[in-house]
Design a protein around this ligand. Structure first.
Ligand SMILES: [Zn+2]
Length: 463
């Protein structure tokens, strides 16, 4: 059935002209947008479909409609380990070492339920496409567990097959108990790509190869993963240049800056995006801009772990592709995509002054920026031929009171609200602020129980 959205106070298109249409309307046919314009200009054929009851109509009076937000970095299993006391006040390496053993008790059900929970939170905060970087597979857990959860939730998903292979005994950071054998990692990566990866336009599921970080895998695994990814035409993702200790590790172990290391391994290009890059140097930024290598900027996590301020202004000025990521729920305990856009704006201003980022640029990074980091040209904007992914915010919410002067900027400047409507792949997944694809209270109840179990197991049974 045709989906017709009418009467949006403003429809933000993020199209080539960055049009913001007052009294906006949009028509979706199946998974794609077919027409965008002012409600007054809605072609007569669509009006007839409405009159004859052949269209699903969404009246968005009082709402601002924007393209669905794109989250480029997450570790959804971490929603089970938020606000863990031992990890509240540490920087990256200390934070990781206090959590690794807790995570070693994860089970397949925990992956499934935490992914559903994290996706619910994202969907209600305006996100329609997300990546998830899963790099621990204890107790029979598989990436298939997150993929099944994404399919149940109805979310567009880039499932990143993470991995760790260099344990503490080999000079890596993670304990040996949570690392995998490299041959097994590559075999499983190939299986996942062959089983699930969809290269088509409007794909709901893509697979990404994603060894965790320079300090937890070998050079060989990085190189082999890049070769495998290129053989199948899938993207590559990892953590890079996150903080000063990360840089020191790279210089000490490899004698290279993180950007030089990435280049040496073949980890640059349009099909690669790196998380954080807080400490990417000028040469690294120039390399990324030249090669179309993307960055997932995670402002909340960078603040939480005191990693620093990523030079996003400088990156954007020279043409680096920058998307936004909420990062894992243990280093950003509030995974709100619109909130992340707000923090991106605020943090750039702390670092580089009030003109460093506007509200509209923050929204652009959260939509088009994310799409380009994920190497997609079918999401992030609302125009004919683009995927029908859009969300609506109710401007009568108390958080937006008095901000009618510029409702689009209000989305970023005001208290981040929840969506009242979300459409993904042409399907309504949130209506009147309620998730339709899953019974959220039941998922959350199970999530609470599993979070308790995980914590108790690690305290009593753990290493
Ligand atoms: Zn991360």
């Amino acid at each position: 059935m045709t989906l017709i959205l009418l009467n949006a106070d403003v429809l933000v298109t993020m199209d080539a002209g960055r049009r913001e249409i007052a009294g906006g309307a949009l028509v979706a046919q199946g998974p794609a947008v077919e027409w965008v314009g002012a409600t007054a200009d809605l072609p007569v054929a669509y009006r007839r479909q409405i009159d004859e009851g052949r269209a699903q109509v969404l009246d968005m009076r009082g709402h601002v409609v924007i393209p669905g937000l794109v989250n480029t970095h997450h570790h959804m299993y971490q929603s089970l380990t938020r606000a863990v006391p031992a990890a509240q006040d540490a920087e990256l390496f200390g934070w990781l070492t206090s959590l690794y053993m807790l995570w070693s008790h994860l089970t397949p059900e925990m992956i499934d339920i935490s992914t559903r929970t994290a996706m619910a939170e994202l969907m209600l905060s305006g996100c329609t496409t997300t990546s998830d970087h899963l790099y621990l597979y204890p107790n029979g857990a598989r990436l298939d567990d997150s993929i099944a959860a994404a399919q149940a939730m109805g979310m567009r998903f880039h499932a990143a097959r993470g991995s760790m292979s260099v344990g503490r005994s080999q000079g890596g950071l993670p304990p040996d108990a949570v690392v995998e054998d490299e041959a097994a990692i590559l075999r499983d990566s190939q299986r996942l790509v062959e089983q699930y990866h969809d290269a088509q336009r409007h794909a709901m599921l893509r697979v990404v190869l994603a060894p965790c970080s320079p300090f937890s895998v070998s050079r060989e695994l990085m190189r082999e993963s890049a070769l495998l990814a290129r053989q199948y035409g899938v993207s590559l993702h990892t953590h890079l240049a996150e903080n000063d200790n990360d840089i020191a590790y790279s210089r000490e172990k490899f004698g290279l800056t993180p950007a030089q290391y990435a280049e040496d391994l073949g980890w640059i290009g349009h099909d690669v995006w790196h998380a954080h890059c807080v400490k990417l140097d000028e040469a690294g930024m120039a390399l990324f801009a030249r090669t179309g290598t993307g960055v997932a900027h995670c402002p909340c996590s960078n603040m939480r772990l005191a990693s620093g301020i990523a030079p996003v202004r400088a990156m954007r000025d020279i043409g680096v592709k920058v998307g936004l990521g909420v990062d894992g729920s243990a280093s950003n305990d509030g995974a709100h995509m619109l909130g992340e856009a707000r923090q991106a704006l605020l943090l750039q201003r702390v670092g580089y002054g009030p003109a460093a980022m506007s509200a509209r640029e923050a929204l652009e990074i959260a939509t088009l920026g994310g799409a380009s980091a994920l190497n997609r040209d079918d999401i992030g904007a609302l125009a004919p031929g683009m995927s029908a992914d859009f969300v609506a915010f109710d401007m009568s919410d108390v958080g937006y009171a008095g901000a009618g002067h510029d409702p689009v900027a209000a989305l970023v400047f005001c208290t981040p609200g929840k969506v009242s409507l979300s459409v993904i792949h042409g399907k309504v997944v949130v209506r009147d602020g309620e998730l339709l694809t899953v019974e959220l209270p039941r998922v959350l109840e199970r999530h609470r129980a599993l979070a308790r179990t995980l914590y108790e197991r690690a305290r009593h049974g753990g290493a």
